[in-house]
Design a protein. Sequence first.
Length: 227
Amino acid sequence: MKKIYEGKTKDVYELENGNALLKFKDDCTGKDGVFDPGENTVGLTIEGIGRANLQTSVRYFELLKKAGIKTHFISADIENATMEVLPAKPFGKGLEVICRLKATGSFIRRYGAYIADGTELPGGYVEATLKDDEKGDPLITSEGLAALGIMSEELFKSMKEQTLRITGIIADDLKTMGLELWDIKFEFGYNIGEVILIDEISSGNMRVYKDGKIVPPVDLTKIINSR
C-alpha cells in the first residue's frame, strides 16, 4: 500500500484495486492548542478524534447513498480509522464549496455593511474557494473557474445543485437533534466524467447552533455519533 498524500488530518494511500484509502488522524487544525477547523495548520492532537470524524462521515455518506447521491465513499473500518473511496481528481489544486444557510463568519466580514449576522439566506447561498493556504483560500466564480481551465460552467452547475441538495439532507438530520445548520463546507472531485463529493463530512466542516449558541465541533461530534 503506497502513501500518495500526507495531509493535516488524513493520509491517503493507493490500493491495489485502484481505489484509495483515507487514514483519519487524531491531529486537528488549530492555534495555541485550541481546536479551530478554520486554521490551516495542525495545532493539537485529540485522542480518538480521527475515528469519531470517520464515524460522522460514514453516517452522512450513508444518508446520501440512500438519497441516490453518488459520492466517493465505498466502505469504512471505524476501529482502524480508515475509509476506502473511489479515486477522484481534484479540480485544480483543490476546490472547496461552502453552502450558507445563514450569514455569518467570513460572509459577514465581507458583506457586513449590507447584512446582519445570523440573517437567513433563503434557499442557501453557494460559493467556491480555491485551496491555497498562502492566499487565504480565495473566492472564485464559475466564470473564473472556466477561464482558468479548472472547471466548466456545466460541471459547476452540477456541483452547485449537489451542494444544495446535500446541505438540505444534512440540515434535516441535524434538525432531528434540535440543531440548526448555519453553513457547511464540502470538497468535490472529478470521477469518470462527473463531479462527486469527496473528502469527509464531519463537525469540523460545519457551523451548527443550538438554542442560539454555536456548538463546538468536538461537542457536535459527540451529539451526532450518539444517535
